[in-house]
Design a protein around this ligand. Structure first.
Ligand code: UDX
Length: 445
């Protein structure tokens, strides 16, 4: 009989995982503690912007015409406990308020609610990003509180926002931390399709599985801060960081990806994951091993301040008072509506606080941006945002911004200066249309 799967927590990770499990042929029940989210999902709508997710959901959600009916949603823990052979825990682990450490309260609450309802044999699979050592602790909790024959496994998730569906259906690796052959066998059954398509299946112990995730994100963050450090040196020495990245990227050991210099990384994962990793290493007495991550973090945060300085210079050098600043982009990356720890909004907020009149436009992130920064100015389109601007800041590299016509835009601004914080626009095209184009880590003219 086909496995029955539950997915606990229906954010970016959980909603995508639930839809993907249904696509792989399993009967799936998704749970969230927020009833409004469940109501939305149950009608095939997604509470965030993620390309392809709504289509996949509608293909499987029960009650939608033409769907397979394999995917349902609930707020009932009893139902989840009775239903599942495999329970995936996908709740979020944000940064603790005022601390570097990770807030485990959602994970702990999920395990505490689930455990007593596990009356029949089941495998609980943690997918949330957690501090190393959590799985050992949560396994003990299940031993103590679950009435049935229940085991834990840890299966970190590597999906990227904007590519969540594809990354989940076709993962570049599947990592499972297990304590028994039975748990490994069950997870091989869950992932039989991607494994048959060639996804490597890596079996580890609990701590290694937990560490793989934080190590991967730390490496990616380090790569971005490395190229941003090179951008600082390029600016000082008159070099071009985009050319430098292209040239070193030809070395296969280095690789081309994640070498785009600019305003740096943000989002709900990289910044908080490297901080939580440092905090946990400290608890384990291994803090020296990760002191370099402090530097990675500070190079990254410096980028935002540097962009503010470039903007100040562009509007005359002394103050933003009375100056109009257009900000293109609010999300932390394109193809997402996520504004968590977004460099774009951080820069917009700093300029606003220093007296600038900031107008932001983003293709998908407007609602979330307005909620987070209600005092900033907002426009409904890029041309409207740049109208009358003394400087234009390009801070999230949406395709829509690359497709803008610089000549047309030039007619709307007060001063045609564009600062490319993502090194993603074509400098020649903007300069030919009469703009002063400036990017981070590249020569001025
Ligand atoms: C990341 C990891 O990539 C993913 O594997 C993990 O599961 C979750 O965290 P995500 O947060 O969706 O995914 O975004 P990612 O594509 O990694 O980008 C993170 C940030 O780095 C963005 O703000 C992006 O703009 C920035 N970035 C990325 C750069 O500044 N330069 C680059 O070259 C690449």
């Amino acid at each position: 009989m086909a496995l029955k799967i539950t997915v606990i927590g229906t954010g970016y990770l959980g909603a995508t995982h639930a839809a993907a499990m249904a696509e792989l042929g399993f009967e799936v029940l998704g749970l969230d503690v927020v009833p409004e989210k469940i109501e939305m999902l149950a009608t095939g709508r997604v509470p965030m912007y993620e390309p392809g997710l709504e289509e996949l959901l509608r293909k499987h959600v029960a009650g939608i015409e033409g769907s397979t009916g394999r995917l349902r949603f609930t707020t009932s823990w009893e139902e989840v406990g009775e239903f599942g052979d495999v329970h995936f825990v996908c709740v979020n682990t944000p940064q603790k308020h005022g601390e570097y450490a990770c807030d485990m309260s959602y994970v702990d609450a999920a395990f505490a609610s689930l455990a007593p309802r596990l009356t029949r044999p089941a495998l609980v699979v943690g997918k949330s990003t957690v501090p190393v050592g959590s799985a050992d602790r949560l396994a003990a909790l299940l031993d103590e509180r679950a009435p049935g024959d229940v085991e834990l496994a840890w299966n970190p998730e590597f999906l990227r926002e904007g590519f969540a569906v594809d990354d989940t259906l076709h993962p570049d690796r599947i990592v499972v931390g297990v304590r028994s052959e039975a748990a490994e066998k069950l997870l091989r059954e869950v992932y039989a399709t991607p494994v048959a398509e060639g996804s490597p299946f890596v079996v580890t112990d609990f701590p290694t599985a937990e560490l793989v995730k934080t190590a991967a994100n730390s490496f990616l963050a380090t790569k971005i801060s490395f190229i941003n450090a090179m951008a600082e040196v390029c600016e000082a020495a008159g070099g071009d960081v985009a050319k430098l990245a292209e040239a070193i990227g030809h070395d296969e050991r280095i690789g081309k990806k994640f070498l785009r210099a600019g305003v740096g990384f943000g989002g709900g994962c990289l910044p908080k994951d490297i901080r939580a990793f440092m905090a946990r290493a400290g608890e384990l007495g291994a803090d020296q091993a990760l002191t370099f991550l402090r530097e990675v973090d500070s190079i990254n945060m410096r980028r935002r301040g540097h962009m503010v300085e470039l903007a100040r210079e562009a509007v005359g050098g002394s103050s933003f008072l009375g100056k109009r600043v257009a900000v293109l982009g609010a999300t932390f990356k394109p193809d997402s509506d996520d504004v968590r720890d977004s460099p774009a909004l951080n820069v917009a907020g700093q300029i606003h606080l220093q007296g600038g009149q900031v107008t932001v436009y983003d293709p998908k992130g407007m609602d979330n941006a307005r909620r987070l920064f209600p005092t900033l100015g907002y426009a409904d389109s890029a041309p409207e945002a740049v109208r009358g601007a003394d400087v234009v800041l390009h801070l999230t590299e949406w395709r829509e911004f690359r497709d803008l016509d610089p000549a047309e835009l030039g007619k709307l601004v007060t001063t045609p200066i564009i600062l490319d914080g993502r090194n993603a626009l074509d400098p020649d095209q903007w300069r030919e249309a009469g703009w002063t184009y400036r990017a981070m880590g590249r020569p001025r003219a």
